[in-house]
Design a protein around this ligand. Structure first.
Ligand code: COS
Length: 382
């Protein structure tokens, strides 16, 4: 449901203030500590950020996709690790329940996800099922009123904080590929689940990814999401939406970096003048601004189409492909404009350079987005 114009403007202004006043001053510290402080998370709760995309009937803000994207443009204006705290509740962890849950499942889980009391995680990727998501080997075998789950999930965002997993597992091992997969809500307290140590990563310190190991974990059949064998479609629908959200975060980071570059270009002097007066610096600023603007327009257009009920699989893939590659180029130019200072930790630019690298990989690599776009064209979807 769309907000009225005043409420929307107010929410965006509150998020903008929270980002600038609370998050930006803590960027270096959370990278150092590899942890987002509890009072920041409490601030996110009180703004309702965990429930941005959860319908009002279940305690969320019930934003439209366009509104969520506008908020994500703001959340992107700081270290992406902050957004990652709420990211799985807003996106891939919760949306399977929003889109495919029964009334009972929604009532049981969504209010707690919306308030941030429970953190949701999305458990699709495995050691041998990354881009080839349909090759998951984790099994969920029916046994009476339960399914018994065995297998290992890898690189699962927020797994160490999770209270529930949206799990994709193979309920029919005789079927290879997408058709044998089902989706489940799995409470993290289920016996037989263990969580690996957070991985050491290139960037986004403060955001955690871990293995999740299932050993004879019994999940009640009433927690299956959608019909048996429909789990891959659940995952793909969730990712279509998630890719739009990530695209918006890429735009936000790019806009922040452009602001930093403009500030630096106005104050840094070389050869007796501000470096912003050199046309070669101006060209880099102009390229970054042009590309960030293009990505902003793409994401908003795709979000509005989704709100209008259109299938936006190809648009979401195109937005994710363009926006994540774009922010990589913008971050690279930012390091170049800052020169030696761009390479030195104290200025924070190299941290963003490392942070944005994952955007071209998670929720589908650039190559997977190309494949999704091309397949849609060749199918004649337009
Ligand atoms: N929405 C709904 N259904 C979809 C869909 C979508 N966006 N994409 C595919 N499907 C359906 C197909 O219609 C097909 O159903 P039918 O057999 O009934 O026709 C089924 O799912 C299998 O689709 P497909 O044959 O295209 O599957 P592939 O194995 O070729 O894989 C890609 C498709 C590569 C697009 C998929 O594996 C993918 O997105 N991989 C990347 C995974 C990813 O993003 N991982 C990130 C980790 S999660 S943070």
């Amino acid at each position: 449901m769309a907000l009225d114009a005043d409420t929307r403007a107010q929410l965006i202004e509150q998020v903008r203030r929270f980002v600038r006043e609370t998050c930006v001053p803590l960027e270096a510290r959370i990278a150092e500590d590899d942890s987002v402080p509890g009072d920041v998370i409490a601030g996110m709760r009180s703004l309702g950020l965990f429930g941005l995309s959860i319908p009002e009937a279940y305690g969320g803000l019930g934003l439209s996709m366009e509104e969520e994207v506008l908020v994500a443009f703001e959340l992107g204006q700081t270290s992406p690790a902050f957004r990652s705290v709420i990211g799985t509740n807003v996106g891939i962890g919760s949306q399977g329940v929003v889109m495919f849950g029964t009334e009972e499942q929604k009532r049981e889980w969504l209010p707690r996800l919306a308030s941030g009391e429970v953190i949701a995680s999305f458990a699709l990727t495995e050691p041998n099922a990354g881009s080839d998501a349909a090759s998951v080997r984790t099994t969920a075998i029916r046994d009476g009123d339960d399914y018994v789950v065995n297998g290992t999930k890898r690189f699962i965002t927020n797994a160490n904080r999770a209270g529930m997993f949206t799990l994709m597992a193979r309920t029919d091992p005789s079927r290879k590929g997408a058709s044998g997969i089902s989706a489940f809500i799995v409470p993290a307290t289920t016996k037989g689940i263990s969580i690996g140590k957070p991985e050491r990563k290139m960037g986004q310190q403060g955001a955690h990814i871990c293995d999740v190991i299932f050993e004879n974990a019994r999940v009640p059949a009433r927690l299956r999401l959608g019909a048996e064998g429909e789990g891959f479609k659940v995952a793909m629908r969730v990712l279509d939406r998630g890719r739009l959200h990530i695209s918006a975060v890429c735009v936000g980071v790019a806009e922040r970096l452009i602001r930093e570059c403009v500030r630096y270009a106005r104050e840094r002097e070389q050869f007796g003048q501000k470096i912003g007066e050199f046309q070669l610096i101006q060209a880099m600023l102009a390229d970054s601004r042009t590309e960030a603007y293009a990505a902003r327009c793409m994401v908003l257009d795709a979000a509005r189409k989704r709100d209008a009920g259109e299938n936006v699989t190809a648009e979401a893939a195109a937005s994710k492909y363009f926006a994540s590659e774009m922010v990589g180029r913008v971050a690279d130019r930012a390091v170049q404009i800052f020169g030696g200072a761009g390479y030195v930790a104290d200025y924070g630019i190299e941290r963003f350079y490392r942070d944005v690298r994952i955007f071209r990989i998670y929720e589908g690599t650039s190559q997977i987005q190309q494949l999704v776009i091309a397949r849609s064209l060749l199918r004649g979807d337009e």
